[in-house]
Each structure stands twice: as C-alpha cells, then as structure tokens.
Design a protein around this ligand. Structure first.
Ligand code: AMP
Length: 373
C-alpha cells in the first residue's frame, strides 16, 4: 500500500460497536468507505458503513473475502481473537498490528510491557494457583484487587479482597485463570491520555483527562484534567512512549492512577479509540476518531487543536438515555447516540459533551458544570 490511502478507498473495521460507528463517520468525512465485520447484524457501526460482513471472527472464508474487499484493516473491539488478525495480516495491512492487540488482551503482558517501556505500575503478581494468591496477599497486603487477565472490561471479572478469607472464593469464581493480583491503589484521581501514531512514526497526544466511574463504567470525563502541569505532561509522555514502544499505527489510550504525591501509575491500555476520548470529537479540531482513521489511512497527523474545555457524560442504560430530549435541546451540548436496538441496563447508548470556553473548567463548580448534563 502506498503511504496515503486515496479517497474512495475502503477501511475494514473489525467490530460493530459505537467505536466502529464513530470511526466510520470520521472516515466518511475524509472520503473513505468503511466495511464493518462483526458477528451481529444491524450493529451500530453497520448502520453508518458502506459495506458489512456478518460472520464469526473465526470464519476463515469470510475473513479472506473481507481482506479482498478492503484496503486496510483496523479493529474497534479489543477482544477480537488475535488469530483473526493473524489470518488477515498476510492478505492486507492491519493497523494496529496483532502485537498491540495481543498485549492489550492480557493484563499480565500489559503490565510487563509498561515496565519494559519505563512506565511505572503498581505492585502486582501473576496468580496461577491459590498458593500464588496467598503468597501475593502476604507480599502486597490487603486490600488488593484480583482480576481476570483476559476478556475483562468495565470492571467485570474483578474482586476487591479485604480479608484473607475472601481469597479462596474469589479465586474459584474468577475465570479464566491465570489471574492477576494488584495492590489496591489509593488514587487521588483516575487520569487517562490518548496518543495517535502514524505510519511514519509521528506521535501526537490529546490533553490528559480525569475520569469518574459509576458501577465500574465510565460516567464522566473532565477535559482537560485539573492536575499539575507536570502531571498532565507526564501522562501525555507516558502514552506517547507506549505508542512508540508498540510501533503502533492508530490510536492508543492509557488509563492511569494519580497518587496524592503526583505519581502516575499505569493501569491499563486500549490500542483503539477510547470512551475517555469521546470529548475530542467536539472539543478538538481533530478528534480521536479522525486521528485514528488518518493513521490507519497513512495520512499526516495534525495536532488535535483543543478549542474548548469539556465535560463528557456517558448515557448508560435506559434511565440515563431518557434524558436525550433535554440534552438535544441544551445549548453547548453535543449529543451522540449510537443507534443501539435495545436500551439494556449497563449498556452504553450514547454520550453528551458539554463545551465551555477554554480555561473555565477550573473556575466552575462541579454542580454548575454538570447541571445541563
Ligand atoms: P480496570 O478494569 O482495571 O480499568 O478497573 C476498573 C476500575 O476499578 C478502575 O477504573 C478503578 O476505579 C478500579 N481499580 C482497578 N484496579 C485498581 C487498583 N489496583 N486499585 C484501586 N482501584 C482499582
């Protein structure tokens, strides 16, 4: 493939969720077609894409047809089997490649990769057996967090251990093994940062943000994070270093814990656009989905150019979705709905981003910031 994918080319996206939908919309603005490949029909991404394949990720014949129909492949869903990218890679460029996918799918590989890249992490132990867990608890102390290493997202597949007696039950309940035991981090804030890296190795980063969770699901993102300049700089430097170490082409999000003394510890990464970057669609000249599609298509990566402060609120489940008519009418609120057929509890159905003039986030009380959301 030549460096820049010409307009009219087709970008293949594995996964049909809202991240694929917003990527496809951004790709369309750049003159590209998107072909979504996902196991479920009528997925949010397919509703706005030029072409679709409804097939399991393990269907070799469907994958070969998909590869022949697209010019480049990316993924929006991090639990796409690595074998799917292995099957596609000889046929079509895959951006990011399978290495980033593999590392992002395994919390133990991820922690090791952070350490190799020089990014601090909290104390952790791999847990293959109940004896490992008991030894880990003795070393790290309690409370501690026991997590599955694979297929965990939005807080699923984890348990906070507060007493030694809780260990055996949690070890049995959480699957598949191995698990990972992490020291409980008494963080002051949860911070994340996003980088985009191009085929030529250029890296640009978005402002670091603060995230708040409700029931283990992202609820609010405050952009920029109200943290010391040095912390914001460090967060961006960490994600940029990681994108470079991964030789990633595309967008990468890094979630971190900020300690009261200003230290940032990496928690997890996602080698794809991320919910904590949805604010960038409206508060930056070039949002995360545009930069992801640019990277995948081999286009130059401009600086994001943030032109507003913002607060992003996720619309999760039917109760929060019910607010959409009010949000649609609110001034300076950008509303994005994902076209999901069913408003099940706990499902991300859309988000709303309140835009404010640059510099006002720091001078506005939280109730005032959140009032329109
Ligand atoms: P994760 O799935 O790793 O993103 O974890 C979901 C949420 O659980 C995080 O956003 C934190 O709020 C909390 N959490 C996860 N790991 C830890 C930890 N080691 N210490 C304290 N809180 C944690």
């Amino acid at each position: 493939m030549t460096a820049m994918l010409p307009p009219g080319s087709t970008i293949g996206i594995l996964g049909g969720g809202q991240l694929g939908r917003m990527s496809a919309l951004a790709a369309a603005a750049l003159g590209y077609r998107c072909h979504i490949y996902a196991p479920e029909d009528n997925s949010p991404g397919m509703q706005v894409a030029a072409a679709r394949t409804v097939a399991p990720y393990t269907d070799a014949a469907a994958l070969a047809r998909f590869a022949a129909a697209v010019d480049v492949v990316t993924f929006e869903f991090e639990n796409v089997p690595a074998a799917t990218l292995d099957a596609l890679a000889p046929l079509v460029p895959c951006r990011p490649g399978v290495a980033a996918l593999r590392i992002g799918q395994d919390r133990i590989a991820e922690k090791r990769f952070f350490e190799q890249a020089g990014i601090p992490v909290g104390p952790w132990r791999a847990v293959h057996s109940l004896e490992d867990l008991q030894a880990g608890i003795a070393e790290l102390g309690l409370p501690a967090v026991l997590k599955t290493t694979r297929m965990g997202y939005d807080g699923r597949g984890q348990a906070v251990l507060r007493r030694p007696e809780e260990a055996a039950e949690a070890f049995e309940r959480l699957a598949p093994h191995p698990l990972i035991l992490e020291a409980f981090i008494p963080f002051a804030k949860e911070v994340s940062a996003i980088a985009a890296r191009g085929v030529d190795g250029t890296v640009v980063t978005f402002d670091a943000v603060e995230n708040r969770h409700a029931h283990h699901i992202l609820d609010l993102t405050f952009a920029p994070a109200l943290v010391a300049e040095s912390v914001a700089h460090q967060a961006r430097a960490h994600v940029a270093a990681l994108a470079t170490a991964l030789e990633l082409v595309g967008v990468l999000a890094l979630e971190m814990f900020l300690l009261p003394d200003g230290t940032l510890l990496a928690n997890e990464m996602a080698p794809r656009p991320h919910n904590s970057g949805h604010w960038t669609m409206d508060a930056c000249r070039h949002g995360q989905f545009e930069l992801h599609m640019r990277a995948v298509a081999g286009l130059p990566l401009p600086e994001p150019g943030r032109h507003a402060d913002s607060v992003m609120k996720n619309l999760v489940g039917p109760e929060s979705f019910a607010a959409w008519p009010r949000l649609a009418a609110a001034p300076d609120v950008a509303l994005h709905l994902y076209g999901k057929a069913e408003a099940r509890p706990g499902r991300k159905l859309g988000h709303a981003t309140r835009l404010l003039p640059c510099g006002t986030l720091a001078n506005t009380s939280e109730p005032d910031l959140l009032a329109p959301l």
